[in-house]
Design a protein around this ligand. Sequence first.
Ligand code: 7PM
Length: 257
Amino acid sequence: MGILNVTPDSFSDGGLFVSPDRALARARTMVDEGADIIDVGGESTRPGATTVSVQEELDRVIPVIEALADAFNVPISIDTSKPEVMRTAVNAGAGFINDINSLRADQALKTVAQLGVPVCLMHMQGQPRSMQQAPHYDDVVEEVCVFLGKRRDAAVAAGINPGHIIFDPGFGFGKSLDHNRQLLRGLSRFTALGPPLMVGLSRKSMIGKVLDAKVDQRLYGSLALMMVAIQNGASLVRVHDVKVSRDVIRMLEWVGG
Ligand code: 7PM
C-alpha cells in the first residue's frame, strides 16, 4: 500500500501532493513501482495534530480519488475516521477504508456495513493530539489483541462481513519506543487472531529514535522493520517508498516462508 498524503502539513511529504495533478503524478510513480493499493489521506494523524473539518477533508481527498479512479485500475483506500468522508470517498471510487480510529466514530460501523467494502481496524491508545504524552500498558501485545478482537466483534455485529476485516496494531499511535518493539516481536500473536495483518512502519519516529535520524534518513530502518514484520506474519505493508519495499518483498518471497 503506497501512502498518498493530501494534507498540507503532512509530516514527511511536506504537503507536496495537495493538488490533484501532483497527487496523480505521485500515485502514478507508486503504481509503476508496484503499489497494489493507494492510501489517500487528507486528515493529518501525526501526534499533536489538530482535527480537520469534514468539508476541508472532502475538498482535499475527493478530487484526488476521482482522478485516481479515472486514471488507474489500482484499488484506492481512503484514510479517514469520518463516516461522511468514507461514504463520499467510496462513491467517488475508493474500495477500501483505513480507519486509525477503528470505526469508533458515531455512525462509522453502520456506514461501513452499508458500503460493503474491506476495512482496516487499527489500534490507537488515546487521541492523536495527546497520544504520545504518556502511553501506558501492562501488556501491550495482549491489550492490543483484546482491543482488535472487540472492534472486530463490534464490526461483525453491525453487519460488516468478517472477511472484510483487516487488523493493524497501530505502530506509533499511543506507544513508547519499547511498546513498538514489543509489538514487533509479538506480531505473530495478531496473525493468530484470524484477519490479515497490516503494518505501518515507514519513516516512523521509532526509527528516528533508534538511529537518531531525521525523517528523510529513515529508509533503511523502515525496510529493516518491514522485513521483520513480514517475517512475523504481516501481509499488508503501508509504505512511502514503494520500489525499494517491493525489492525487499521479492527477495523475501524468493527465499520462501
Ligand atoms: C506518526 C504516527 C506520524 C503515524 C505519522 C503517522 C498508519 C496509518 C498512519 C498505520 C494504518 C504515517 C502516519 N499510520 N494507517 N496511518 N496504519 N492503517 O506514518 O500505521 O503516515 S499516519
